[in-house]
Design a protein around this ligand. Structure first.
Ligand code: DX5
Ligand code: ZN
Length: 225
């Protein structure tokens, strides 16, 4: 059974001076999930926001909070993100030496767990943890900034992850450079959650967000097998 295709706008591309309004606007505009990019200036060369800002956004929408941690270490902060209202917490395989321990800690907090790999990291890294995750996130840019160009070679990795996942109820998410032009490349390969920052928020109005989300969804759906 094919899972419904989900579109997850990234609040990294929203107006940080009005995150509450913008998260409510993408909620009404048809977002399935809300993607929240946490950057520490250490694991990635940029700093975004932390648990208190996520907690503040939590009051403005009931949508599923998909929290993408680009921080190292992760373990000391997991409880704070769970408490701030995350529904799913994803951690990078590259961010620490004890991947099982961190994934186990997320589930022990009662949250869904995701594992993320950068474009240059081989898919084999996630194989040992597939029974401990609800989602695999494949980066199609090097994390740290919105608005970067999609790396098409990752499509091969999406196919490999799809085969490894098999019948497990694991979602395959793609993050970086997703637009109506690139979405079909990854949904044809088996992706079922699409993160999009600039391609949604560049519109600047709620009507525009709705149009952009619908265009990404339609292009992605049309290419699914
Ligand atoms: C990149 C972040 C992405 C980013 C995507 O480090 O993980 O979620 O916001 O932005 P776009 O869609 O603009 O590439
Ligand atoms: Zn992200």
């Amino acid at each position: 059974m094919q899972k419904p295709l989900l579109v997850a706008p990234s609040m990294l591309a929203a107006d940080f001076a009005k995150l509450g309004e913008d998260v409510a606007a993408v909620d009404r505009a048809g977002a399935d999930w809300i993607h929240l990019d946490v950057m520490d200036g250490h694991f990635v060369p940029n700093i975004s926001f932390g648990p208190d800002v996520i907690r503040a956004m939590r009051r403005h929408t009931k949508k599923f909070f998909d929290v993408h941690l680009m921080i190292a270490p992760v373990d000391p902060y997991l409880a704070a993100f769970a408490d701030a209202g995350a529904d799913l917490i994803s951690i990078h395989a590259e961010a620490g030496p004890h991947l099982h321990r961190s994934l186990q800690a997320i589930r022990a907090l009662g949250k869904q767990a995701g594992v993320v790999i950068n474009p240059g990291t081989p898919v084999s890294v996630i194989e040992p943890v597939l029974d401990r995750v609800d989602l695999v996130l494949l980066m199609t840019v090097n994390p740290g900034f919105g608005g970067q160009a999609f790396i098409p070679e990752v499509a091969t990795k999406v196919r490999a992850v799809k085969a490894l996942v098999g019948d497990r109820p694991i979602r395959i998410e793609i993050d970086g450079g997703i637009t109506p032009e690139t979405a079909p490349i990854v949904t044809a390969a088996g992706a079922d959650v699409l993160v999009a920052g600039s391609a949604v928020f560049k519109a600047g109005t709620e009507e525009g967000y709705a149009r952009n989300i619908a265009a990404i969804r339609a292009a992605g759906e049309a290419a699914r097998g």
